[in-house]
Design a protein. Structure first.
Length: 397
């Protein structure tokens, strides 16, 4: 059966998007121009598509993923009239591709590093626990276009019958649990170890006021010590095979133990952790037989074991954020559009910035009504943003 080609509304354009405040509030043009200058990507001469416009275009792609590329190009070109002093700008698919190639990925990465940040004010509903900002760390993989360059750079995941249909990019994110805002990220080929990626994120972005939740795949002595050195509190699940001898049982049933680097055979340079073991009963879904958590919070009175056990499951908020990226923003698209590794990474940074813009808008709306941001629907927020765009007035350059 023939399918109807998706088309965007005739008067939806990037100027409307910017003027609506959704992207401009997150990435104001002066900041974009500053980043472009720092990375050497500022337009050196008057071009049909100036570099700041291309930056906004990359972010717009994330919000209009259900439309064919040429449709997105059409509305963006119409929106670029505000850059041309009212003169209509015509740009072909080839011109947009060349403009994206000139921009590259580094400028979008640097912009994301300047923009992505925690959003929750102290005491905001659902974002804090006993004065600490709840954060979670996790990774996910996204399918990319099955092009030779992408396959060679990103690689394919293995399957029981060979390899998957598409190469995959691995993305690691540090998330603020209360707002679903991804505050830092790294991306790499599929085969890259997430703990290696995590070292770069945690060493740079963890702060003393944070409590970091992480699943058992992330624990290693070296990564634990790196994260601990930031001053942040840690609450991580660990694998069953890690030896955690009981050294002191605390009043709430948790106990103290000492962990060592696997290379420290003499056991001379360990670090003390608190261990919390528990099982979930009468759960509506299948659960593990038991869970083991380790934490840097050693005092049972200040951090009761029952509270920490319940708190750990906030880690699933990061899974929800990746679902928003992969399912709700990406829509019916099975793979990212870009056909080269450089542009795939550029597109991913644009996707992260667009997600942050939506999440910031949702957080502001929730707190204005004294609600937990989790009470709002991400899908509904995206629909509202896109529905309201045509009603916004264009802004001057």
């Amino acid at each position: 059966m023939a399918r109807t080609r998706k088309a965007l509304a005739a008067r939806v354009d990037v100027a409307h998007l910017i003027s609506a405040g959704v992207l401009a509030a997150v990435c104001p043009r002066p900041l974009i121009e500053e980043v472009l200058a720092e990375t050497g990507r500022a337009s050196q001469r008057e071009r049909l598509l100036p570099a700041p416009a291309v930056v906004y275009y990359v972010m717009v792609l994330a919000l209009w993923r259900e439309a064919p590329l040429e449709e997105v190009l059409r509305v963006v070109c119409e929106g670029l009239q505000w850059l041309g002093g009212g003169k209509k700008v015509e740009a072909s698919k080839s011109a947009i591709s060349q403009a994206r190639s000139r921009l590259g990925a580094e400028a979008m990465k640097r912009l994301a590093q300047r923009v992505l940040r925690p959003l929750a004010a102290p005491g905001a509903a659902g974002a804090w626990w006993r004065g600490r900002r709840l954060m979670a760390l996790d990774g996910s993989c996204l399918d990319v276009a099955d092009e030779r360059a992408n396959a060679e750079f990103f690689g394919y995941p293995g399957t029981s019958r060979g390899q998957s249909a598409f190469p995959q990019a691995r993305v690691l994110g540090l998330l603020e649990c209360g707002t679903h805002a991804i505050v830092a990220a790294e991306m790499a080929p599929y085969a890259c170890d997430e703990r290696t990626m995590a070292a770069g994120v945690l060493g740079t972005w963890l702060r003393e006021d944070m409590l970091l939740l992480a699943d058992r795949g992330f624990y290693s002595f070296k990564l634990w010590k790196l994260a601990e050195s930031s001053g942040a509190a840690l609450l991580w699940r660990v694998r069953a095979g890690i030896n955690l001898p009981v050294e002191k049982v605390l009043a709430d049933g948790s106990y103290l133990s000492t962990v060592y680097d696997s290379a420290d055979e003499a056991r001379r340079d360990g670090t003390v952790v608190r261990v919390i073991e528990y099982a979930l009963k009468n759960s509506a879904t299948a659960t593990q037989s038991s869970y083991r958590l380790v934490t840097t919070l050693l005092e049972a009175k200040e951090a009761p074991a029952l509270e920490l056990a319940a708190l750990y499951h906030e880690r699933w908020e990061v899974e929800g954020a990746f679902d928003e990226l992969k399912t709700h923003l990406r829509g019916a698209s099975t793979v990212l559009r870009s056909k080269t590794p450089e542009l795939v990474q550029q597109e991913l940074w644009g996707l992260l910035l667009a997600h942050f813009a939506v999440r910031q808008l949702m957080a502001q709306a929730a707190w204005g009504q004294k609600l937990d941001a989790d009470r709002l629907s991400f899908v509904h927020a995206v629909r509202v943003i896109k529905r309201k765009l045509p009603q916004a007035a264009a802004i001057p350059p």
